[in-house]
Ligand binder design. Structure first.
Ligand code: BES
Ligand code: MN
Ligand code: ZN
Length: 489
């Protein structure tokens, strides 16, 4: 990963290839956000160049200017932050996005200096996190045309203070977790099948205090995990349930995280059209986020017990696949009539939720690329949160602190009737309208009275449009920052 260093050196003397300077848009024109750190002469020339080049300060834009020998870095890059800050300064997410927009667009550059508002430890953390999140490339199958920025020097007057250093270290842990999640999502499904995912979890936990245990297909059948077995039975590559746990001695609370890990979702016999299948290697993004959240919680030594449950299966059509009208028995005994094999996420999650609850966690959170209806409701960048009031609110607040967009959604009781079956306790599909909420109501049947939140990240987990801010094309790593911030809160 990119190396990060805090420095209180004079920007003009910094030995980097590009010096990034934040620029805000103000009624009077672009406004450099250097907090007086640049020599007056340099400030004037850069401002003049910015005006001449039509720099507006619009958020996410990047404009490179030759520095003309006035500072050690040969190039200055102006990164827009949007509206110039008022008295309250810039909020952390604005800083994250600006720093990430800069490092992302400067891929191929080795050393980058960052001159953005970083007066407080919180701002230092935000700039550091954004810069590292923006410096990402997935290179498993071919070399990146331009590799991620190798070295970031973050300019702050607090470079030597403990709080700023802690914030930067936290940013490194967070970015590593988000990158690890993106890597898993981007990996082709031929390489990432349930057993391979389980192996990746074991390898990632090696040398840490995170414990990993794996139930294979035989253990799943013996244990009555009917959802995982049924969804996985059409594939030549059998399902797994992986338990990952961080259990510090002084923990006062326990949180269970359950992730949907469909390594490929063809739909099964209720097969998807080709277009709808293209992005379905990302259907394990919830499980990936859970794995890396637990690893990050351990790296940060958070004083809370965190148990992750990765519900891993490949949903394929074949002679052994489950059929529409099959009746399965979930862990715990609830029977489900499978009317559509493409509504598979809820079947594997139901087993995971029941398994998680057997250990009596204080709070239960699941995260899943669960429904196309989520994308219809909230678009590609905003995730949904459903669940019990307290936990749903806690997740929404954690997301706001983390800078991720999660919006609260209801679980209307009147939609529950549509999930009734003539032959089983439940059907796996109900009303099409409000499909995201119907899926949430299905899961609700398995959480008992445990405080619970359900996060549907179907759209935000995989970026099929262009890169923006610190977000690349492909796997985004959404959810990790929200879950971590929830655990920290
Ligand atoms: N993995 C999909 C949901 C999905 C769709 C994620 C688009 C990301 C982008 C899920 O398993 C699925 O197929 N859901 C069905 C449920 C339906 C059959 C009730 C859907 O949303 O169409
Ligand atoms: Mn599906
Ligand atoms: Zn799915």
């Amino acid at each position: 990963m990119t190396t990060l260093k805090l420095t209180s050196a004079e920007p003009a003397r910094l030995d980097v290839d590009v010096l990034v300077i934040g620029v805000g848009s103000a009624p009077s024109g672009p406004e450099l956000l250097d907090a007086g750190a640049l020599p007056a002469g340099l400030r004037l020339t850069v401002t003049a160049s910015a005006s001449a080049l039509g720099v507006t300060g619009e958020a996410g834009t990047l404009t490179r200017i030759p520095s003309g020998g006035e500072l050690k870095a040969p190039v200055v890059a102006l990164v827009g932050v949007g509206a110039a800050p008022g008295r309250d300064g810039l909020d952390p997410e604005t800083l994250r996005r600006a720093a990430g927009a800069a490092t992302r667009q400067l891929a191929g550059v080795r050393g980058v200096g960052l001159l953005l508002p970083a007066e407080t430890a919180e701002q230092v953390g935000a700039v550091a996190e954004g810069a590292l999140l923006g410096a990402y490339a997935f290179t498993r199958y071919h070399a990146a045309e331009r590799g991620p920025v190798e070295r970031v020097e973050l300019i702050t007057p607090r470079a030597r203070e403990a709080a700023a250093k802690r914030a930067a270290e936290r940013a490194e842990v967070v970015a590593a977790a988000v990158h690890g999640t993106r890597d898993l999502v981007n990996t082709a499904p031929i390489d990432l099948f349930p057993a391979a995912f389980a192996d990746r979890a074991k390898a990632a936990a090696k040398g840490t205090k995170v414990k990993v245990s794996v139930l294979d297909e035989k253990a799943l059948a013996d244990g009555g995990y009917g959802g995982l077995v049924a969804v996985g039975q059409g594939s030549s590559r059998p399902p797994r349930l992986v338990r990952v746990s961080w259990s510090p001695a002084r923990a006062k609370r326990s949180v269970a995280l359950v992730g949907k890990g469909i390594t490929f979702d063809s739909g099964g016999l209720s097969i998807k059209p080709a277009k709808g299948m293209e992005a379905m290697k990302s259907d394990m993004a919830g499980a990936a986020a859970v794995l890396h959240t637990v690893l990050a919680a351990a790296a940060l030594e958070l004083p809370v017990k965190v148990t992750g449950w990765l519900c891993l299966a490949e949903n394929m059509p074949s002679g052994t696949a489950q059929r529409p009208s099959d009746v399965i028995t979930q862990r715990g005994g609830t029977t489900v009539e499978v009317l559509n094999t493409d509504a598979e996420g809820r079947l594997v999650l139901a087993d995971g939720l029941v398994a998680a609850r057997e250990e009596k966690p204080d709070t239960l959170v699941d995260i899943a690329t669960l429904t196309g209806a989520q994308v219809v409701a909230l678009g590609p960048r905003v995730s949904a949160v459903m669940g019990t009031d307290d936990t749903r609110t806690a997740v929404v607040e954690a997301a706001a602190r983390a800078g991720e967009q999660f919006w609260p959604m209801p679980l209307p009781v009147e939609l529950r009737a549509s999930l009734s079956s003539k032959v089983a306790d439940l059907a796996n599909i109900g009303d099409r309208m409000g499909g995201m909420l119907v899926a949430g109501l299905f899961l609700k049947e398995f959480v008992g009275d445990t405080p619970w939140a359900h996060l549907d990240i179907a759209g935000p987990a995989f970026n099929e449009a262009g890169a923006h801010d610190y977000t690349p094309v492909g796997g985004t790593g959404v959810g990790v920052r929200t879950l971590l911030s929830l655990l920290e809160g």
